[in-house]
Design a protein around this ligand. Structure first.
Ligand code: TMP
Ligand code: ASP
Length: 237
């Protein structure tokens, strides 16, 4: 497998085409972004930690029978994935209130949500990822009704797998964002799962172990990402 050229460079990852038209290489960089790119810093080792944590989590998700684009680790910072046609919406599940839902609905942080709630956002930094609903997705042709149903079902199935996996590591899965795409017509999980795209709190102390440490200038960002990886049993080498 050979890298051919850079296809796209996002805020934290670069994507390369390969000599296989159906495969891409994801390169996880140390760049760390918040507030739609308004705050960006390089944090040493973050690319490696997120690449390996993502590989571990995607493998657990696959083992539970949920289709993902993940094929295999290539190096400390690179992974081989299937080339998806991405659906431009973000699927968010919240088990506990935090972040934007507190601002939007005027609710306090740290409320258990039973059942967990679900939100769609449009993937568009310039517009600050506005919340959208299923009618928007249908009217603008971003996905079919069947694809919307599949994304919701798979996002909740991921919740069952990951809530348990994190709890076994003494961590609460507060919320997370997933992105999906089509591979020869089949909807599967794409993008990444790492502490950059979810909220993780220590189950005992509720200490934040995710990108909120960076957003809120709490310090110890990489130490927290390392701790999550260590508790899950991710081999960081
Ligand atoms: P929010 O509270 O800012 O709406 O985010 C909810 C969760 O989804 C949180 O874990 C962060 C994640 N997320 C991203 O990683 N990227 C995004 O663009 C959005 C909207 C959310
Ligand atoms: N992922 C988005 C960004 O990098 C939003 C955030 O995490 O705050 O800017």
């Amino acid at each position: 497998m050979q890298i051919v050229k850079e296809l796209y460079s996002g805020k934290a990852k670069s994507v390369y085409t390969t000599d296989d038209a159906d495969r891409l290489v994801l390169r996880f960089r140390d760049d760390t972004s918040a507030f739609d790119g308004r705050k960006i810093e390089k944090l040493a080792h973050k690319g490696m930690i997120n690449n390996k944590t993502n590989a571990f989590v995607m493998t657990q998700i696959e083992r539970a029978g949920i289709p993902t684009h993940f094929d295999r680790l290539l190096s400390d910072t690179d992974s081989l994935v299937k080339r998806l046609e991405m659906i431009p919406v973000e699927c968010v599940v919240r088990n506990i209130t935090a972040g934007s839902i507190c601002r939007r609905l005027g609710v306090s942080e740290n409320m258990d949500l039973d059942p967990p709630t679900f939100e769609f956002f449009l993937k568009n930094d310039e517009l600050h990822d506005p919340m959208v609903n299923e009618y928007h997705i249908r009217s603008f042709g971003w996905a079919t009704d069947e694809e919307v149903a599949t994304m919701k079902r798979l996002t909740f199935e991921v919740n069952d797998v990951l809530k348990r996996m994190f709890l076994d590591a003494g961590i609460l899965l507060v919320d997370y964002k997933l992105e999906f795409g089509r591979f020869h017509g089949q909807v599967m999980l794409g993008d990444e799962f790492s502490a950059d795209g979810c909220r993780l709190w220590d189950a005992e102390t509720r200490k934040k172990l995710d990108k909120d440490r960076f957003r809120q200038d709490l310090g110890g960002v990489i130490e927290a990402y390392q701790e999550v990886a260590a508790r899950l049993g991710v081999d960081l080498g």
